[in-house]
Design a protein around this ligand. Sequence first.
Ligand SMILES: [Zn+2]
Length: 674
Amino acid sequence: MAPFVFAALAVLGAGTTEIAGRHLRLGFSGDSGGIVSIQAGGHEFVEAAAERPLLWRLTLRDRAGREAAVDNAAAPRPSITVRRGSLVLRWEAIPLPEGAGTLAVRVQCELGAKDETARLRLWVRNGSGRFGLWTIQFPVVSPVGRKGGIDVAVPRGNWGEPLREAAEPVSGTYPSHNLPMQFLLVQKGQDGLCLAAHDPGARPKEFSLAPGGEFRILNWADDMGVPGNGWDAPYAAAIGAYEGGWMAGCKHYRAWVLRNAPWTRRGPLHLRRDVAESIRRTSAWIIGAGSRQEAVPVVKRFAEAIGAPVGTHWYNWHQIPFDTDYPSYFPPKPGFADGVRELREAGVLVMPYINARLWDVANREFPAARPHACKDERGAPLIEEYGSGAKLAVMCPATPFWQQRVGDIVRRLVGEEGVGAVYLDQIASAPPRHCFDPGHGHPLGSGRWWVDGYRKMLEPIKRWCVTGGRRAALTTENNAEPYMDTVDAFLIWTPRDAHEIPMVTAVYSGRALYFASNRALAGGDEAFCLLQARDFVWGTQLGWEGGEIVQPAHAAKLEFQGRLARVRARSLDWLAYGELLAVLDPGPEIPAIAGRWNTWRGDRPVTLPAVHAALWRAPDGRLAIVAANADTRSHRFRVTLDSARLGEGPLPRAVAVEVPARDGVVVAVSPARR
Ligand SMILES: [Zn+2]
């Protein structure tokens, strides 16, 4: 980053007020209060801002459902006051339509001379007896970069999605599978912006970015549409500058979550006593399905072939059909507890499936559950349908009734059936729904109550699972971050893409566990091994195929998965407890391997280098290169390590690594002699 020095604060001509920190400078329009400039390092990210640029946009509704929209560009000119490290914009008496009252809006931007991150907060005072705030878009910045002229990284999919020379708009709803972490990265060369929400409450929000167009974070109000409701700066939107690639951007966000987020408050994984050994040590998974007779022999064969601690995710252990008649999971199929015991004795972690979100409206107990389901504005339960065709009501996580019911099911599974973990479907996958039931005691519509509700549900269950001599784990679907203090491992099962980057473990390695490397079973041995190799070095527990993986046709695949699982089991200091520092490039001599990976659009061709490698740091500081080779020939490569860039040192400049055919290695990197 260019070592230029900003003035701490400068009021320039043309009505622009600037505030500057370290490597970061923001300019605000004197006419509208909108952002006219964001300079990070040497790059200007806002080129040609509008004459009256936007900063915030509000929608309001009245009881009849009529909508009003207000934004700063159309509002009267704000007053601007600046103090060292802080800029405040005030809009007074913004008129609402039809004489329905006025709004007062205040924005504060904090950016100290030594700060690399600007923190922006918004307050709305609503003086209307008729309109209630519905959505709050803040901050709005436009235009960000040029269409096709910036790189964007979105922390979603299983790992992370890089969009080089991005031209298409992206958006995602947090917290869910389509935006598990609350930030986006925007880059031009080595100059990066981390656009984040520093929200410990993990409120539902939608990030949108159109390259060359608008960036915004859309929030839904607490008590949506209730006349007179306001917005009281529940968190800071953060615009941070960093130098380097997407990894540096992820570390920028990691620094915030490790210091401030309630979901990281239990500390690093290797020190956590509330995370069962069995889930930490699991190195590969297989799906189990159906009765004891159907599931147990297959899982045992898998466990023998892997030769390292394995887990089984047991579906359809219950008599009710899948996604039907929830939550009447009991009684299980005959012999389930015996099957669980048999597998446990074989050293397998048994994890049955339940859904932690849905109640079938045709279930005989639904009349008692109905008051505790999420409701729309007219009081009707929110219904979702999946493959089974059953009408499934979304239960409100803020209700003690549903919190208790999920707890009861987990306690029965662990206490009576003897399982070592319970999978709670959908929690970290599905976006929060809006619930307008006034009987639930939470703000109407949206708010932090969704994530807080799940925390309230899961905290006592988790405590029970690891006390009184019990050591059971909880897991869920996909990887939304705010659940990781109560959920031990996250199922990253959705399709893989050749272009992915491991943003998830860049941020949360050593703090949470991720499992699954499925999605290539039908694509041939090469494609399967390629996917295992890459996912292994990025830090997931492997597997999560169905029982067919133990068939002779897949012997080579199972053999490779077993080798990598055994390496993982010996290398937990890095791959489970350590931090992913860098993805390494084994160089151009490594041949490419082609095959087909499963995607949402069916199997698609993929071509990637045969060898994948990454640099990890154990909690005690030991560095290691983790590498895996999907090829049937051994390969040797040299990687150069940049001590300054990695913040580690002194390191040897170059390290030679040899990876045998279809195998994985962990190579210690010793400090260089001075
Ligand atoms: Zn509710």
